[in-house]
Design a protein around this ligand. Structure first.
Ligand SMILES: [Mn+2]
Length: 309
């Protein structure tokens, strides 16, 4: 059984619309800690992180939105993640928009470098989040965290200096892609990142794609950070997200991915990002994210309750 810590990251400044700041509260109300305890795990809720006060930061490009706020969150979450990664517990970061991964992924990368172990990242998302500050068409920083964590240039303002350790793009796998910006696509193709779009899932099945990657993590004795974006899932069943793209993972594809991750025993940290409870329908998406998390922590198909809608 796992020793799990929950840390809220109520950041919404990286997203184009407000509401993700309510995410951690929704996870608590829906009963994330209770669900994980029911599976036999020890769960400690550390409450919500607070962003650093960075003082004024001049944005290198004028279209970037809320850069000082996102930098403040990045610095705070980087420190929290590095501390938690050094400890015995498995952290779940309850977001918050995807900009929170700028701090969590880089914090875990720094801790992995101290241990001399390779840090792997599984990015379950409709988007690659591989824009640089320069290439971002929208200026919304939740579209940039993977580029930042992989050491792309131009991000020094986020941590106030260079990254202590970046993620080797060869150790990154994106699954669920269906919306990538023009320049972002070029950056992604030029990188070593493994990127599986929805067509790859259709043709090969998510199990094949995921197991291929997990075999690499295991062979390298790697640590594995999973970043689960609500928009990985089809918006028909997960409407509470500001960036819906049709044609996402189905209920069973998403659960199967979580079940395979659980079986692998490789996951060492988890982000739950982009839940926007303001856009939800009677808590549907929050509950789905809880159920997916429960699958990742050992709930099995046969444990599923019968429910009326
Ligand atoms: Mn994302």
């Amino acid at each position: 059984m796992a020793n799990i810590v929950l840390l809220g990251a109520p950041i919404e400044a990286g997203a184009g619309r407000r509401g993700c700041a309510m995410g951690p509260a929704a996870y608590r109300t829906a009963g994330l800690a209770e669900d994980l305890r029911a599976l036999g795990h020890t769960v400690t809720d550390l409450g919500d992180a607070v962003p650093d006060d960075t003082g004024p930061i001049e944005a290198p490009f004028s279209h970037l939105k809320a850069l000082p706020t996102v930098a403040g969150w990045t610095r705070s979450l980087h420190r929290h993640a590095q501390d938690l990664a050094r400890g015995p517990a498995l952290p779940i970061y309850m977001g918050g928009d995807h900009a929170l991964s700028m701090g969590t992924v880089t914090g875990h990368a720094a801790a992995a470098a101290e241990l001399g172990r390779p840090q792997f990242v599984l990015w379950l998302d409709a988007h690659a989040d591989f824009n640089t500050l320069e290439s971002s068409p929208s200026g919304n920083l939740h579209g940039t965290p993977l580029a930042f964590a992989c050491g792309q240039e131009g991000f020094d303002s986020m941590l106030g200096g260079p990254l202590p350790a970046s993620i080797d793009p060869h150790n990154v796998c994106i699954i669920g892609l269906r919306s990538v910006d023009g320049v972002e696509r070029d950056l992604l193709r030029a990188s070593d990142v493994t990127a599986h779009d929805m067509r790859a899932i259709d043709e090969h099945g998510i199990a094949t794609l995921l197991k291929e990657f997990l075999n690499r993590v295991a062979a390298a004795n790697g640590l594995l950070h999973v970043s689960l974006d609500v928009d990985f899932i089809d918006p028909e069943i997960a409407p509470a997200v500001g960036t819906t793209v049709p044609g996402g993972a189905t209920f069973r594809e998403a659960h199967l991915a979580m079940e395979i991750l659980h079986d692998s025993g490789l996951v060492s940290s988890l982000d739950l990002v982009e839940l926007n409870p303001f856009l939800d329908i009677r808590g549907l998406t929050a509950r789905l994210m809880l159920d997916l998390t429960a699958s990742l922590f050992g709930r099995q198909v046969l444990d599923r309750p019968t429910r009326s809608y």
